[in-house]
Ligand binder design. Structure first.
Ligand SMILES: [Zn+2]
Ligand SMILES: [Zn+2]
Ligand SMILES: [Zn+2]
Length: 204
């Protein structure tokens, strides 16, 4: 007869990989256990004081460590999932290997989805889409005028870098930059009083 095993699974907050390992019930009753990620940057810790289990879970969703106190039957029998106190999602599974593996696979997908959503709020989004649109069309109009956008160095070759709350005009010859704020109505009013724009480059 093989020994009764319990599998622990969590998502490593450092490398994003699913971490899974089994320990025998005998070992879990006798001493503390640790399940470490192969990257070495996180580990799930299981401590037993003779009455209760204290489980420290590195959370792959919110990246903090959660502590759970469980009675032995919850850890040693059936299937258990421990939740992330911040997101209310499960972040740790304990039970038979097959069930833990299946749940972990779903957790990896969930965590990837959450990360993608977090990424979408990042740099590409504008502080105010309408203002940014207006600023860009105004810039286009200015650029359309004869030598509408030039650099003090004499060049009229420039590039445009669009940021979250501004547009940078960059001289292709000397590298000088003119920042056009693009976040508020005042920014738009400001730009509209310019017939021409001059990037403050070096004069020779
Ligand atoms: Zn890792
Ligand atoms: Zn969490
Ligand atoms: Zn220049």
């Amino acid at each position: 007869m093989s020994e009764e095993m319990r599998t622990f699974g969590y998502l490593c907050p450092a490398c994003g990989k699913a971490v899974m390992a089994s320990r025998s019930v005998f070992a879990l009753e006798a001493s503390n256990a640790e399940v470490e990620c192969a990257c070495g940057k996180s580990a799930l810790k299981v401590e037993f004081d003779g009455e209760k289990y204290y489980i420290y879970v590195p959370c792959g969703i919110c990246r903090e460590t959660h502590e759970a106190v469980c009675l032995p039957e919850r850890v040693l029998q059936g299937a258990t999932a421990l939740g992330c106190s911040k997101t209310k999602q499960f972040c740790c599974f304990i039970g038979l290997e097959g069930i833990v593996e299946k749940n972990l696979r779903e957790l990896v997908i969930l965590a990837e989805k959450e990360q993608r959503q977090a990424g979408e709020e990042a740099p590409e989004a504008f502080v105010d889409n309408v203002i940014m649109y207006e600023i860009l069309s105004e810039l286009k109009e200015i650029a359309g005028r004869d030598r509408g956008i030039t650099c003090a160095c004499g060049s009229s070759r420039y590039g445009m870098e669009i940021r979250r709350s501004a547009v940078d005009l960059v001289c292709r010859d000397c590298g000088a930059k003119l920042r056009i704020p693009a976040a508020t109505d005042a920014d738009l009013d400001d730009l509209c009083c310019h017939m021409k724009l001059v990037i403050p480059g070096k004069r020779d």
